[in-house]
Design a protein. Structure first.
Length: 164
């Protein structure tokens, strides 16, 4: 493959990888480090494994599944409080997205989101199921990707029914 074509191919792949609802199956990994938590100034490391799987619905629309699985390591935050390591609650989003950007170049998607109580440690459990909407609007221009991905989740089980 000529160098110019290879550079163009790599640039196109980079653009697809920076789009969280592209038609490319991907597993981005996000690393977050928080420090100074609690009286013992504990650290927390969260690694979000975010699988993205697109499915073609028809010639105009894609359905994109985006699953976020947090892996968390939390140090002891106070005397008498043990640190914890394990999985957090999973957030599952499903986006309906047009295959082509809008005339203004915006890539959009909308759909439902759910919080699933899958945490393995008490320190990470929300102890509830939550549902709500999710939406994305982004634009890719001159090597930059900018926009917003947002969701809002409401607990659906009665607080008295939540695991204690």
């Amino acid at each position: 493959m000529p160098a110019k074509a290879q550079d163009d191919n790599h640039a196109g792949l980079a653009v697809e990888l920076s789009n969280p609802i592209s038609s490319l199956t991907s597993v981005p990994i996000q690393f977050n480090w928080d420090t100074g938590i609690g009286p013992k100034d504990a650290d927390r490391v969260t690694v979000n494994v975010q699988s993205v799987a697109p499915f073609s619905l028809n010639e105009d629309w894609n359905l994109i599944s985006r699953t976020i699985v947090p892996i968390i390591d939390l140090g002891s935050t106070a005397d008498g409080v043990d640190g914890a390591f394990g999985l957090g609650d999973v957030v599952q989003s499903v986006f309906f997205s047009p295959k082509e950007p809008t005339k203004g170049g915006w890539i959009t998607g909308f759909g439902p989101a759910a919080l699933l109580p899958t945490a393995t440690e008490d320190a990470f459990k929300s102890k509830q199921v939550a549902l709500g909407p999710t939406a994305i609007a982004l634009r890719q221009q001159n090597g930059w990707t900018y926009g917003a991905l947002a969701n809002h989740l409401w607990g659906v089980n009665d607080p008295d029914d939540r695991e204690k």
